[in-house]
Design a protein around this ligand. Sequence first.
Ligand SMILES: [Zn+2]
Length: 113
Amino acid sequence: MHELSITQSILNIALNCAKKEDAKHINSINLVIGEMTGYIPHYIQEYFDIVSKDTIAEGARLIFRKTPAAARCKECGHDTQLKDYKFICENCSSQNLTIISGKEFSVETIDIE
Ligand SMILES: [Zn+2]
């Protein structure tokens, strides 16, 4: 259920943006969503349809760009795509890694009219 609060903040950001631009309607919202956030786009869209009712964002489509989970090895400097949440360097097998991608969540752009 943690999608509900994040959906509310997406709506607030979009509405604020639209207000500044004097928009009549929000057509779509482009979002960046990290693979490691665990958010499910389908639920976010469903919640969005509910919370955006009677606002200028009603009926807006959410477009998700997923970023893969990736980490940099502190031992050898190699960047590894993390698969199945295995936290290990594919180059040297070290587990001494820093997350460099996959935890982000943001509103990238909005399409208004
Ligand atoms: Zn390594």
